[in-house]
Ligand binder design. Sequence first.
Ligand SMILES: Cc1ncc(COP(=O)(O)O)c(C=O)c1O
Length: 385
Amino acid sequence: MTTLSERQIPLLDLQAQHKQIREEVLAEIVRVVDAQKFILGEDVQKLEAEIASYCGAKYAIGCASGSDALILTLMALDIRSGDKVLTTPYTFFATAGAISRIGAVPVFVDVEEDTFNLDANQVADILASQPKIRAMIPVHLFGGCADMDPICAMAAERGIAIIEDAAQSIGSEYKNRRAGSIGQVGALSFFPSKNLGGYGDGGMVTTNDASLVDRLSALRVHGRTGKYFHQWIGINSRLDALQAAVLRVKFRHLDRWTAGRQNNAERYRAQFAKLSVPVIPSQPTGYQTRHVYNQFVIRCSERDALQSYLKKQGIGSEVYYPLPLHLQPCFSDLGYKKGDFPVSEKLATNSLALPIHAELGADDIDYVADSIRSFYARACGSSQS
Ligand SMILES: Cc1ncc(COP(=O)(O)O)c(C=O)c1O
């Protein structure tokens, strides 16, 4: 008979976060509801200014989701049907889904095992063999930046646009530059589980490129440039005033919450310092000058058994991502097969995200670490302590 632990440590605890800010948020919701102005408007503009400045970008354009931020960006860059866009197969579906949604073709390149991000050496090989690539979408996965210098240099050489998928990485830094300000455009998500999560869907595009701003602003309102006048065919993807008002409250706490995530990551590292399994994310590499730990992902070959064991101990965990994108049924027409991206395929079998959110106490982290230690002591007869 299995005994369920009385202690519960969820992967994410939005209730605990909400309790800290409930009064502030409710006051803002009442204000917006009383004003009865729900779409775009002043709250969205203020949030756009705050996020642009936070990301080190000149401009930010709010929209309905991170997925739409990618789609709008591809449209604004005039990526067309049949154009090729390079990205990673080891990311959330939306990255490649956005490329296909506009009729372009995703070209996948494998990732580095330790950073989970695009392998710049392999990017070079693909660019050399596929001249028709028009844009690249490096993803800053789990809160850590991809190695952007070589990627940007290759893009500049070939006149290729760079769209940073920074959905999981608001505030993350590459050589002291913030995610969303390094490429031509950045896409942010405010999905509730993100480090800055709304009370529903939301997203934002960041850029330093003034020539894209009018177009992006128009594309999110059906390409409208004047009342009932449409310069382009856009989509309906606006950020709600209610979401912007909630996000502005949460934004004031973002750095504190990020510091909480970083402290938790350090505590895990100290706890696991003497273990060889599982593999804990190493200290951010030289170029990752600020990791924001949207996820803390370990690697181990006994992943599924470990996840079941943790569940019995009341510990939430998640597999990001169990099936790399090149093997998804909807992309079968791209012609990829098993074995094409061995690192992504391996990560799909051995990666496991542990609780890392800022509301966890030191004793919670220690409990997770103790549980993992006891799993290895029991399941593997390991002598590690
Ligand atoms: C890497 C990545 N890209 C894009 C998205 C899409 O964001 P949204 O869910 O806001 O559409 C997500 C969201 O999970 C993501 O993790």
